[in-house]
Design a protein around this ligand. Structure first.
Ligand code: SF4
Length: 445
């Protein structure tokens, strides 16, 4: 049975978009779904990740399965409509269909709501029997122990900087008002047995390991156990945590010993009031410079993510943020626009205030403005984010941000990543609304 697994991508992230290869690691979702297809259906899965290659409109399949986030929803629906017009059955799942199942159902034969670890194989079995249901709802506390390894062999290896991505913890114990993750999947934190994770890492070739999970320290006890077990593997790893890592010296030391070389932190804003407003009270802006120094002392590089456009942001926020990034020596600053994803408290709030201005999901990619900001115009917000990118990724700023006292040894990694993001900063303006919403390469049905 031929199963086509599709991950459509927005214009910025499509193959030949902003990053055709560099800074792009292997995704897990489709590779895992491919592994979960029941053997008894004699599966022949093929993965089409649009960040790595175009999706062929003439693909041959018995069933098409699409993974969808809000920013790709319009394009996913267009593919779904097209493949259904060819007589193919389409299943759709992911964060967006989970919060907007009825909308997704208008474009697909079946919708996966929530986690698909158990429901996806069930849906495939039902399809084979001719009993595919309209909706499948996954449990938020699914057991992910002992599951098969993701079928990374189905990915085009040459399109990624590494295939060494591994999942260890799902979920987050925080409730940031803008974050789609807890709205879609709840607050339950699911961990994979440490042995399963370590055994999977042992199959990896090369030194680098990427943990794409949204919060590696959502369960501190588990994090200590996992990263202690990683120490003998002598890997270099990268992942996402919260600023709470700065308050846990024991775990930070384990991070260092286990080979942590870089973490992504959601620093969000230079305004402490905004942290309160978005319910990210763990972030303390006054501590940012000390936190970065502390992490650099452990040899850990920081990707610091900021989101502009909160109701507390005034027109000087872009300059203040760029200054903080340079002064605090944030290795890889990343800027986005705070986005009201459907299903989130932030979306409900703006909807009630009648401030949502865009309905095309293609613009919900955290780089475009989809609502009326409080203290500036939409254009001022767009110009402001661009100015922050340019200010932080000039050659001068790149060299000024480098903390040569503490992370001198890692200059090569620092430079490669900064060159990649400098390219992103330079091309940022090319992806305007017209480019983002143009899906005319897929025939309309
Ligand atoms: S800490 Fe990160 S993953 Fe967790 S709710 Fe907040 S933004 Fe989402």
């Amino acid at each position: 049975m031929k199963v086509a697994l599709l991950a459509p991508a927005g214009a910025m992230h499509r193959y030949n978009g902003m990053f055709s290869k560099n800074l792009h690691y292997a995704p897990i979702t489709l590779a895992l779904l491919a592994a979960l297809i029941p053997r008894e259906v004699n599966p022949e899965p093929v993965i089409y990740d649009e960040t790595a290659e175009p999706i062929p409109l003439d693909l041959s399949a018995d069933i098409v399965c699409i993974t969808c986030i809000t920013g790709t929803a319009t394009r996913c629906y267009r593919y779904a409509d097209y493949f259904r017009s060819r007589g193919l059955t389409v299943i759709i799942g992911g964060v967006h269909p989970t919060v907007m199942p009825k909308e997704a159902k208008q474009h697909a034969d079946s919708v996966m709501i929530g986690l698909g670890d158990e429901t996806f194989p069930q849906a495939i079995r039902d399809f084979v029997r001719g009993e595919l249901k309209e909706f499948y709802e996954g449990h938020s506390c699914t057991d992910i122990s002992g599951r098969p390894l993701p079928r990374k062999d189905l990915l085009k290896k040459s399109r990624y900087i590494t295939l060494n991505t591994v999942e260890c913890v799902r979920g987050c114990n925080h409730t940031c008002s803008f974050c789609a993750y807890p709205s879609a999947f709840g607050h339950h934190v699911i961990t994979r047995p440490v042995k399963d994770v370590i055994d999977e890492i042992k199959t990896f070739r090369g030194k680098v390991v990427i943990f794409p999970d949204v919060n590696l320290i959502a369960d501190i006890k588990y994090a200590k156990e996992l990263f202690t077990a990683m120490i003998p593997l002598k890997k270099w790893w990268f992942g996402l945590t919260t600023t709470a890592i700065g308050h846990n010296d024991e775990l930070l030391e384990i991070f260092k010993k286990s080979g942590c070389k870089g973490i992504l932190l959601g620093l969000e804003s230079v305004n402490q009031e905004t942290q309160k407003d978005i319910n990210k009270r763990i972030n303390s802006v006054d501590e940012y410079e000390d936190l970065i120094r502390k992490l650099h002392d452990k040899g850990i590089l920081i990707m610091g993510c900021f989101a502009f456009g909160s109701d507390e942001d005034e027109k000087d926020v872009f300059e203040r943020t760029a200054k903080l990034c340079i002064d605090a020596k944030i290795d890889l600053p990343r800027f986005s626009i705070i986005t009201p994803f459907p299903g989130t408290p932030f979306y409900k709030e703006l909807k009630e205030q009648d401030r949502i201005t865009e309905t095309d999901w293609s613009l919900y990619d955290v780089e475009h403005v989809v609502y009326r900001p409080a203290n500036m115009t939409k254009q001022e917000l767009l110009d402001g984010i661009d100015s922050a990118w340019q200010a932080c990724y000039s050659w001068r700023a790149i060299f000024k941000r480098f903390d040569h006292k503490r992370i001198k040894k890692w200059f090569f990694i620092y430079l490669i990543c900064n060159i990649g993001y400098r390219k992103y900063a330079k091309n940022f303006n090319k992806y305007d609304e017209r480019v983002m919403t143009d899906n005319s390469d897929i025939p309309a049905v």
